[in-house]
Design a protein around this ligand. Structure first.
Ligand code: ADP
Ligand code: MG
Length: 727
C-alpha cells in the first residue's frame, strides 16, 4: 500500500500533467487515492440491446416508442443548428446490427462530448418523428476504446473536466499494479470479510451486484474501524489524565438556585445535570456533549454548571457560534447568574477600546467570573486568572480539533459542548466518539406542537393571507429561502455528462420500483426563490404597509445584527432569510415559519428552522413550500408534518438520505465516509467499535507488529482531519 501512495498519477500511462491537474481538483493526487476513488453506481450492461432490436420494439409499440440501452458508435460529425428559440443537435449512431439518428434539444454543450468514431453507451427512447424513427434526447457516456464488455460498468462521480472514460482507463492502470496481500485487519477478523485487495478490485469491476455489495461491506468496515480506533484512542488518552480541574461546588446553593426558578427542571434536565455535576466533581477533566432538541432547556443546565464553577472559585467561558446568540446568552446569564453574585461579561467583535481592555483586565484579575462570546474567544489572546470550565453552544459549528484546541487552552479544563441537532445514536457514536454524552430527551411541559403543512407554490396567495393574519394578531413571520441571490446555473461539460447516465447503484437496484423516479429527480429543475428577490417582492407588492427585513450570510456582521435586533424588538414583521437564522435565535413572538424550496433542505435542517417558532405562548405554524414531485421530497415533507420529535426526524433523515457526508462530518472536522453508510451499516459500526475496544485493550499505543498497519491508517485519518480543518 505504501508504494501506491508514492506513485504520482503522472507515472501512470495515459495521464499527463493536465489530467493530473483535473484529478487533483477532485482530491486525487496519487495512485492510492485513485484506487479509493470509488464508483457511485454501476451500469448493468446485460441490458444492452442492438439498434435493430430496439427499432423493432419501438415499431411494435407504436406511438409509445421503446426505452433502450445501446452500445453504439457515432458515425457522423455531430451538428448544432438553430430553429427559433431552440438549438438542435444531430448525430448518427451505428452498431453491428444497424444505424439510427439521434436528436437533442437545447443541449448545445453536447457537441463537445460527441466525437465521430467514438463508442458510447446510449440510453433513451426510440420514437417516431414525422416519418423517421430516432433516439430522442438520449443520455450517453463515452466508452474506453477496445475495452472488454463488463457485466457491470462502473460509473464514477465526475468533476473538473473528468469523464467516465478518463476515469475508467486510469483506474484500470492502478488495478493492474495493485499487489495482493496487504490487509490491516487483525488476522482473527479477516476470514469474516472479503480480502482487502479483492474488495478494492471488486469495488471498481464487480462481477455482480452481490459481489459489489460484499466488497463495499469489507471496505466500509475498514473505514469505520480506523475511524473508531482514532476516536477511541483519543478518548482513552483523555480519561487517563486524572488531573483535571475539580469543581466541588455547593449542593445547597445550587439547590437554592433551582428553587428560585419560576419552574422545575424536567426529569431529563435533572439527569443531565447530575451527570455533569459528577464529571465536574471528579478528577478527570470533563469532556461531555449535552444533546437536546431546540427549546429543551440546555441553557439552564449550562448555567447551573457555570454557577458551580463560580462556587468553586474558578472562571468559565460560554461560546456561541454567532454574535446574536452570544448576546442573547449574555442577557439571560445576567438575569439568572448576576443576582447570585456572579459577574458576567460579553466579549464580541463590537466590544472595543476601553471597554474591551477592562474586560480583559477583569478576566486576568479574576473579577469577571463568566465570559460570554463567539468562538473568536478561542483565538483571542485572553488571559485567565483561573479557568475551570468552557462551554460551547450549538456545537455543530465546532470541529473535533477545535474541541482539542479548547481543552488545551486552560490546561486540564472541563469542556461541555451543547448541541441542538438531535442525531441518531450511530452518528453520535462517530461524531462524538471522543466524548461522553448526556441527553435531554424531554420538553418542558406546556408546549403546543407546531402545526406543519406541506404545500406547493400554487398556495402562495393563501400563504400571504395567512401571513397577513398572523401579523394582524401582532405576531411575526419568518420566510426562509435556499438562495441569497439568483445565480448563474450554466453547466460545465463534465457536469453535463455526469447527469447523462446516472447508472444503477446497488441500492437503486434493490428498490427498482423507485428507479424511474430517482431518474426524474436528477432531472427535476425547480425554480429557486432567492432571499434578496423575494424580500423585495414581498415588501413592494404584497406587504407595502408592513416592514419586511432581509438577512443572509453575505451581509456584514453588524448589518445582520441590526436586522436581528430590529426583528427581536418587533420593528420588522416579516423576516426573509437564508439558513443563517437556523442557529438558536430566540424570538418568541414569531409564530409562522414559511420555508420556500423546502426540497433543498435536509430534514435535520428543516427541523432546526422550524424550531425558530413555537417559542412563545401562541400557537405556531410551519409551512413547507415545494413544487418537487420526487418521492424522496414527498417522504421528507410527510415526516416533517407527522412529527416534531427531533430524534425521530434525525433517524428518518438518515434512512432517507443515507450518505455520510450530509450529516455534519465535515462541520465536525472529520473525514467523509467514502463507502460506509450509517443507516445500512449500523451493525458494521457496532462490530468496528467492538474490535477497536478489543485492540486498544490489548495494545493501547499500537506497538505490536500486527497493528502497525492500522496505526498508519489512523495517522492518515488525522492528517485528513486536519487538512479538512485547514480548508
Ligand atoms: P435550548 O437552549 O435547549 O434550545 P433553552 O434553554 O433556550 O432551550 O430553553 C427554552 C425556554 O424554556 C427558555 O425560555 C427557558 O427559560 C425555558 N425552560 C427551560 N427549562 C424549563 C423547564 N424545566 N420548565 C419550563 N421552562 C423551561
Ligand atoms: Mg439554545
Amino acid at each position: 500500500m505504501e508504494d501506491l501512495r508514492n506513485i504520482p498519477l503522472t507515472a501512470l500511462k495515459g495521464i499527463g500533467p493536465s489530467r493530473a491537474e483535473m484529478f487533483l481538483q477532485v482530491g486525487v493526487s496519487n495512485a492510492e487515492e485513485l484506487l479509493f476513488y470509488f464508483p457511485r453506481s454501476y451500469l448493468d450492461q446485460s441490458r444492452v440491446t442492438f439498434i435493430e432490436q430496439g427499432l423493432q420494439q419501438a415499431k411494435a409499440s407504436g406511438e409509445e416508442g421503446a426505452e433502450v440501452l445501446l452500445r453504439a458508435r457515432v458515425v457522423s460529425d455531430p451538428k448544432n443548428f438553430h430553429k427559433g428559440r431552440f438549438t438542435i443537435t444531430n448525430a448518427r449512431l451505428e452498431d453491428e446490427s444497424g444505424a439510427i439518428g439521434a436528436v437533442w434539444f437545447n443541449q448545445p454543450y453536447l457537441m463537445k462530448n460527441l466525437v465521430k468514431g467514438g463508442e458510447y453507451l446510449v440510453q433513451g427512447k426510440i420514437k417516431r418523428s414525422y416519418n423517421r424513427w430516432e433516439l430522442s434526447s438520449p443520455k450517453l457516456q463515452r466508452l474506453v476504446e477496445g475495452a472488454p464488455i463488463l457485466p457491470l460498468l462502473p460509473v464514477y462521480p465526475l468533476g473538473a473536466g473528468l469523464t467516465q472514460k478518463i476515469l475508467r482507463s486510469a483506474v484500470e492502470k492502478v488495478l493492474s499494479v495493485l499487489e495482493e496481500g496487504y490487509d490491516p485487519l487483525p488476522a482473527a477478523y479477516r476470514q469474516q470479510f472479503m480480502p482487502r485487495t479483492a474488495a478494492l478490485k471488486a469495488m471498481h469491476l464487480p462481477p455482480s451486484f452481490e459481489e459489489a455489495e460484499r466488497a463495499r461491506e469489507r471496505l466500509a468496515f475498514d473505514e469505520l474501524f480506523v475511524q473508531q480506533m482514532a476516536l477511541k484512542q483519543q478518548r482513552r488518552r483523555r480519561m487517563d489524565q486524572r488531573d483535571g480541574v475539580v469543581l466541588p461546588g455547593s449542593l445547597e446553593k445550587e439547590q437554592a438556585m433551582m428553587d428560585s426558578l419560576p419552574f422545575r427542571l424536567t426529569g431529563a434536565q435533572q439527569r443531565a445535570w447530575e451527570e455533569i455535576r459528577e464529571d465536574l466533581a471528579s478528577k478527570g477533566a470533563m469532556n461531555r456533549l449535552l444533546q437536546g432538541d431546540v427549546g429543551s432547556g440546555k441553557t439552564l443546565v449550562a448555567f447551573l454548571a457555570m454557577y458551580r464553577c463560580f462556587l468553586s472559585g474558578k472562571q468559565c467561558a460560554l461560546m456561541a457560534p454567532t454574535e446574536v446568540l452570544a448576546t442573547q446568552h449574555a442577557l439571560e446569564a445576567e438575569k439568572v447568574l448576576e443576582p447570585l453574585g456572579m459577574k458576567v461579561a460579553l466579549l464580541s467583535g463590537n466590544v472595543k477600546g476601553k471597554e474591551r481592555r477592562q474586560i480583559l483586565e477583569g478576566l486576568e484579575q479574576g473579577t469577571i467570573h463568566a465570559l460570554i462570546g463567539t468562538h473568536a474567544l478561542i483565538s483571542d489572546p485572553v488571559t485567565w486568572k483561573d479557568l475551570g470550565l468552557v462551554i460551547t453552544d450549538e456545537q455543530h459549528r465546532f470541529g473535533v480539533r477545535q474541541r482539542m484546541a479548547l481543552s488545551r487552552k486552560g490546561e486540564k479544563v472541563n469542556v461541555l459542548v451543547m448541541t441542538a441537532t438531535p442525531i441518531p445514536r450511530t452518528l453520535a457514536m462517530i461524531l462524538y466518539g471522543d466524548m461522553d454524552v448526556s441527553l435531554i430527551d424531554e420538553m418542558p411541559p406546556g408546549r403546543t406542537p407546531i402545526r406543519t403543512y406541506s404545500v406547493d407554490s400554487g398556495y402562495d396567495e393563501r400563504i400571504y393571507r395567512f401571513m397577513r393574519k398572523q401579523t394582524m394578531e401582532g405576531h411575526q413571520v419568518y420566510v426562509i429561502c435556499a438562495l441569497v441571490e439568483e445565480e448563474d446555473k450554466s453547466k460545465t461539460v463534465s457536469e453535463a455528462e455526469d447527469e447523462l447516465l446516472p447508472g444503477h447503484s446497488v441500492e437503486l437496484r434493490r428498490r427498482s420500483e423507485e428507479q424511474e423516479e430517482d431518474f426524474s429527480e436528477e432531472q427535476e429543475e425547480l425554480k429557486l426563490r432567492s432571499a434578496v428577490g423575494y424580500a423585495d417582492f414581498l415588501q413592494r407588492i404584497v406587504f407595502p404597509d408592513l416592514k419586511v427585513g432581509l438577512l443572509h450570510g453575505r451581509m456584514k456582521a453588524q448589518e445582520k445584527e441590526s436586522v436581528m435586533t430590529a426583528y427581536a424588538r418587533g420593528d420588522i414583521q416579516i423576516l426573509v432569510s437564508t439558513t443563517v437564522v437556523e442557529v438558536g435565535v430566540n424570538v418568541p413572538n414569531a409564530t409562522l415559519m414559511v420555508v420556500e424550496n423546502a426540497e433543498r433542505f435536509g430534514l435535520a435542517q428543516l427541523h432546526q428552522l422550524r424550531g425558530r417558532v413555537g417559542r412563545g405562548e401562541a400557537e405556531s405554524y410551519c409551512v413547507l413550500v415545494s413544487d418537487s414531485r420526487s418521492r424522496l421530497t414527498r417522504q421528507r415533507m410527510k415526516t416533517m408534518c407527522d412529527s416534531t420529535d427531533g430524534f425521530y426526524i434525525a433517524e428518518e433523515d438518515l434512512r432517507l438520505r443515507g450518505a455520510g457526508d450530509i450529516f455534519g462530518l465535515r462541520q465536525h472536522g472529520l473525514p467523509d465516509l467514502k463507502v460506509a453508510d450509517l443507516y445500512r451499516d449500523k451493525l458494521l459500526l457496532k462490530e468496528a467499535q467492538r474490535l477497536a475496544e478489543t485492540v486498544l485493550d490489548a495494545d493501547p499505543d499500537l506497538e505490536q507488529m500486527e497493528h502497525l498497519g492500522i496505526r498508519e491508517e489512523m495517522e492518515a485519518f488525522w492528517e485528513r482531519a486536519s487538512a479538512r480543518e485547514r480548508a
